[in-house]
Design a protein around this ligand. Sequence first.
Ligand code: ADP
Ligand code: ZN
Ligand code: MG
Length: 484
Amino acid sequence: MSSSEFEAVIGLEIHAQLLTKTKMFCGCSTKFGSEPNSQTCPICIGMPGVLPVMNKNALEFVIKTGIAMNCTIAHFSRFARKNYFYPDLPKGYQISQYELPICQGGHLVLHTQDGERVIGLTRIHMEEDAGKNIHDNSDKYSFVDLNRAGTPLMEIVTEPEIRTPAEASMFMRKLRSILRYLGVCDGNMEEGSLRCDANVSIRARGELALGVKAEIKNINSFKFVEKAIEYEIGRQERVLLDGGRIVQETRLWDVATGVTKSMRSKEEAHDYRYFPEPDLMPVVVSNEIIETIRATLPELPEDKVKRYVERYKLPLYDAELLTNEQQTAKWFEEALVNGVNPKAVSNWMMGELMRLLNENNLPIDKCKVSPVHLTELIALIDKGTISGTIAKSVFEEMFNTGKRAEGIIKEKGLVQISDEGSIDKIVEEVIQKNLKEVERYKGGEVKLMGFFVGQVMKLSKGKANPAMVNDIVKRKLDGKATDE
Ligand code: ADP
Ligand code: ZN
Ligand code: MG
């Protein structure tokens, strides 16, 4: 068997930190970066005799996510205790959900090179985060910061329906986009507010049974989602091709070396002894609550993509890029005034605008160019007032100063030269200066056409109307050629 006869099977388990102001079961702040242990109380440090109370906001955020991802929202769900011992877990158990999660089923649509791929979800449930152990401040001691203990999380579990590393990272990006639209999670993988464990197995192509999986932990960027899974698929292929067997285990992605390393095998796996949480009421959600929450959902990226393709005739690629962030989509839609061509707006946004925003590390809502000012620039190009090349430098000036196109063009004398006589004069000048090249052109080197056009554009400081320059240069050269 060769490696191309294998197929990868991938399922993701994603933890998303919810953007609530307070923790899951107490009133402590969830603010990031405060003095260690300053945001704690008897509930989140696990003192005996205290009672947790569910954060209603967290529940609403998870229901919102469930609706957005086409899940069935459970009318009745329950919290469960997941028992294990670790210093960052003061109660000795994590409150999570087990056999009755708040959301079941659902799916996410990906637009891949091979077409539309629908990735099924198994469930979404609520749980609390653990604290953080700190090992590098002293040789003698380890420290525990419980500020994060009790922070609300949701865990999103996919079916094993992802097939390639690229699909996995695409799934994560799409998910992040949705969570940010909903305002339920900031989606920052580097800072850990969106974390992903990848379950990976391989099997012979065409085989229906699942292979033995490895679970990869510690993946903290979109790039690493792809890299870690890719490495792991390769590793499993090598094991099987060498006649070995895959063992079920948890592996760690090592950023420094770019490999996954075994962390613990199935035999060492925890038995969490789940049981229903006796200190919390079951979560009862009526249809009315679900419908009230549904009404607060914004138009989601997937619907926007459809609308942009159908109504504005944008390519799928453009539609996906423009809708990835809500602010970008809003900017695009605000530019669609005065009968402007949507594709022209899209081109400017995906090209110059995004380039300059990236270079200046600016979010689009801090951009000095307003959407309407871009449409003014596009109108000036359409009217022939400036050329496309000049427009780029005008746009950069707009971006840096916030001035409008018309003012910049007047101020700098950038109006396009479109009268026949002026261009004719420049072309004649270029021809007289380059008689040798004229000879060569006449001798059959027709590609010298580009040289002449270039010289004319240069002499006109880029202001000559390029289409007219082309026409006149060609007419003159060919005319001269037939003169002989
Ligand atoms: P576990 O009991 O080890 O937690 P689950 O059945 O709960 O495993 O699945 C956890 C995740 O692993 C899910 O995202 C699921 O889709 C994925 N998964 C399950 N079996 C496989 C497999 N054989 N190969 C790849 N992914 C798998
Ligand atoms: Zn607390
Ligand atoms: Mg599981």
